[in-house]
Design a protein around this ligand. Structure first.
Ligand SMILES: Cc1cc2nc3c(=O)[nH]c(=O)nc-3n(C[C@H](O)[C@H](O)[C@H](O)COP(=O)(O)OP(=O)(O)OC[C@H]3O[C@@H](n4cnc5c(N)ncnc54)[C@H](O)[C@@H]3O)c2cc1C
Length: 454
């Protein structure tokens, strides 16, 4: 017999879980189960601390590009102060400030490890709670550890340690050239570490446009990062505090810490999936309504379903799932392919929808149009060297945008216009009438459309 019952039980209080619960609580009695910190990986060990670590270096770089401001920079970056600010951003790993958000919405917080215990039942430690209507799995993901000889024993850092470290290691080895790898290499290089980045693929951030990959690699090198691509690590070990990473071919790299950033693993091992006949360990597959196949009472949102491992995409899924649960006829259509995403390196990369390559692979008659981001009047205020590239990917048959990528300093804010154009399938004929303000960098839109032939 269950101790308590709710209409909706959400397991996991990361941003997607919270977003979903916040919406279902408007009319349905909702509980959210959390085993660690309300706010999830994002608030404490991912998005928020990583951006807090990157921002000081970015601000100094921008200031140094601008005559008049440059002269005001008289010292070097204060890593200790930056780390103190990071600690404020993550509230010293205390979720007390996030809990009132749940309370204000009448959501019951159940602390403990939740696992399914058959249909519509969730066991939280010793308590059994029942869902009158649905259970939403939002348990997120953890860092994946590749099966490299000696790696686990070498006490590597994951995203948790690299985002909460109390001091910059003298030498930091980064294994993985994806988004987490490049952002953390950039951050710690600006905070004083000597960073070596080892990526197995021929280029960094391989899912992005080629120019973005090259510019990020160049930017990292400018920040002093030793970038090794196409390099496969085969063994690791730690002796007397020093970590050694052995590469295929025999080269050995040494560091004081080793960050492993080679991807994520869904948290589905210990959530009772087997009690409802589902396999544990993998991503929980869902349809466009975020419903788990074959069940009318089970949903999965956020990293755990593997659709798009981003906070904003998970929150979008949380909104869609909540709407479906509340009886609305709606589907998730904008999180795949190519959720909007900003990589906060210097230069930043901001992308949405298809790259030229992925559009062509998807059978779209795609044409690209490129323009230098730094060539419009508004860019001059970002200082000399504020270069970058803007690319639109056009579906030539439908005459709409199916993708866009921008690179450059602080370019992330330019992305939402592209997201609206892609998701809204705005015809180019109509887009031509969207006047960018002068002198903003958004004028690059005008140049792109002119280059296209408008
Ligand atoms: C270094 C780094 C930087 C990132 N930067 C960005 C960024 O800038 N922008 C962006 O959009 N995305 C970013 N991401 C991705 C982002 O962090 C994730 O997409 C997001 O956190 C996913 O949210 P989630 O709720 O699905 O998972 P999580 O944030 O992992 O939250 C899941 C929650 O469920 C809880 N939980 C798990 N199992 C149970 C259980 N059995 N019972 C009870 N509770 C449980 C966990 O404790 C956790 O609180 C970054 C990721 C990393 C690693």
């Amino acid at each position: 017999v269950s101790d308590r019952a709710f209409d909706v039980i959400v397991i996991g209080a990361g941003p997607p879980g919270e977003e979903c619960a916040g919406r279902t609580a408007d009319g349905l009695e909702t509980a959210i189960v959390e085993s660690h910190l309300v706010g999830g990986e994002c608030s404490y060990y991912a998005c928020m601390p990583s951006k807090a670590l990157l921002r000081p270096g970015e601000a100094v770089a921008e200031t140094e590009r601008i005559p008049g401001a440059r002269e005001a920079v008289t010292g070097s970056l204060d890593a200790e102060a930056a780390l103190r600010r990071r600690d404020q951003v993550i509230h010293d790993l205390d979720d007390g400030s996030q809990v009132p958000w749940l309370e204000d919405r009448g959501i019951t917080l159940v602390r403990g490890h939740g696992r399914l215990d058959g249909e519509r039942r969730v066991r939280v430690d010793d308590e059994l709670i029942e869902a009158r209507r649905v259970v939403v799995i939002a348990t997120g993901s953890s860092a994946a550890l590749p099966p490299i000889d000696g790696l686990a024993e070498a006490s590597p850092w994951t995203n948790r340690e690299v985002t909460t470290a109390k001091a910059a290691p003298e030498r930091l080895l980064v294994l993985g050239g994806g988004v987490v790898g490049v952002e953390m290499a950039q951050a710690w290089a600006t905070l004083g570490s000597q960073v070596t980045l080892v990526g197995a693929t021929p280029t960094l951030i391989p899912k992005y446009e080629r120019f973005a990959r090259d510019q990020v690699a160049d930017g990292l090198r400018r920040s002093g990062v030793d970038v090794r691509t196409g390099a496969r690590a085969i063994a690791a070990r730690r002796d007397n505090g020093v970590v050694t990473l052995e590469l295929e071919g025999g080269e050995r790299l040494h560091g004081d810490e080793l960050l492993v950033a080679v991807g994520r693993r869904p948290r589905t091992e210990e959530i009772g999936l087997e009690t409802v006949g589902l396999e544990r360990g993998g991503y929980v597959e869902v349809n466009e309504r975020l419903r788990v196949g074959g069940f009318d009472w089970l949903y999965a949102i956020g990293d755990v379903n593997g659709r798009a491992l981003l906070t904003h995409s998970g929150k979008y899924q949380g909104r869609i799932a909540a709407d479906v649960i509340r009886g609305r006829d709606i589907e998730a259509t904008a999180d795949v392919p190519g959720s909007p995403q900003v990589i906060f390196t210097d230069p930043q990369v901001a992308a949405v929808g298809h790259t030229l390559e992925s559009a062509r692979q998807a059978g779209i008659d795609a044409r690209e149009v490129d323009w230098p981001t730094g060539s419009v009047a508004g860019a001059s205020f970002y200082g000399r060297g504020a270069d970058g590239t803007a690319r639109l990917v056009v579906d030539e048959r439908r005459k709409v945008l199916v993708g866009a990528t921008f690179t450059g300093p602080d370019i992330g804010e330019l992305l939402h216009g592209a997201t609206i154009a892609v998701v809204g399938e705005v015809p180019l004929e109509r887009l031509w009438h969207a006047i960018p303000s002068f002198p903003t960098r958004s004028e690059v839109w005008l140049r792109l459309l002119q280059a296209y032939g408008m």
